[in-house]
Design a protein around this ligand. Structure first.
Ligand code: GAR
Length: 190
């Protein structure tokens, strides 16, 4: 039997696309579900293109009901991957999927993490502070933003002339290269 992954994403979903493609013909891991809090998220179109079941949920559903828990159960989800997901995981789901939820953050945590630090906000802050390097952090998810234990960090250099968009593009390349492989190792418990 395959290990079923659910991807949670709030926006474009370019990481989700890389992950879907990486596991397309995998013998023991399968992207079985895409979930989003944002009905306009392009990740839903990507799910449609790949014929992966997908659902949208509201804040009310997520935090005050067990709708998402039920969807995960009905789809036999073993492991959760956050890929550009901007809401905090409710403690309920963190408990059910203890040590089975992984996130990627587009900076070198613990710097540039926490509430409000997501996507382009992160890169703008990093460039504004004239940092010489940034990168990615892949970590386990607990009940606080960006606080779970770190699995892997990869750095990239920032040139003085790099804009936030250029930095975002460098960081995305690192994400595409590393996130699917780390997910594979985490799911298979290597
Ligand atoms: C990615 O860079 C991811 O690291 C970041 O959002 C981007 C989503 O891009 N996640 C966070 O900031 C979480 N705090 P994508 O939708 O194209 O994959």
């Amino acid at each position: 039997m395959k290990n079923n992954i659910a991807i949670f994403a709030s926006g474009n979903g370019s990481n989700a696309e890389e992950i879907i493609n990486y596991f397309k013909d995998h013998k023991s891991v399968r992207v079985a579900l895409i979930l989003s809090n944002n009905p306009k998220a392009f990740v839903l179109q990507r799910a449609e293109n790949h014929q992966i079941p997908h659902y949208v949920f509201s804040r009310e559903h997520f935090y005050k009901s067990k709708m998402v828990d039920e969807i995960l159960k009905l789809n036999n989800i073993d492991f959760i991957v956050l890929a550009g997901f901007m809401w905090l995981m409710p403690g309920r789901i963190v408990k059910i999927y203890s040590d089975k939820i992984i996130n990627i953050h587009p900076a070198l945590l613990p710097k540039y993490g926490g509430k409000g630090m997501y996507g382009h906000h992160v890169h703008e802050a990093v460039v504004q502070n004239k940092e010489k390097e940034s990168g990615i952090t892949i970590h386990w998810v607990n009940e606080e933003y960006d606080k779970g234990s770190i699995i892997k960090q990869v750095k990239c250099a920032i040139s003085p002339e790099d804009s936030a968009e250029e930095l975002a593009s460098k960081v995305h390349q690192l994400e595409y290269e590393h996130y699917p492989k780390v997910i594979e190792q985490a799911v298979l418990g290597k």
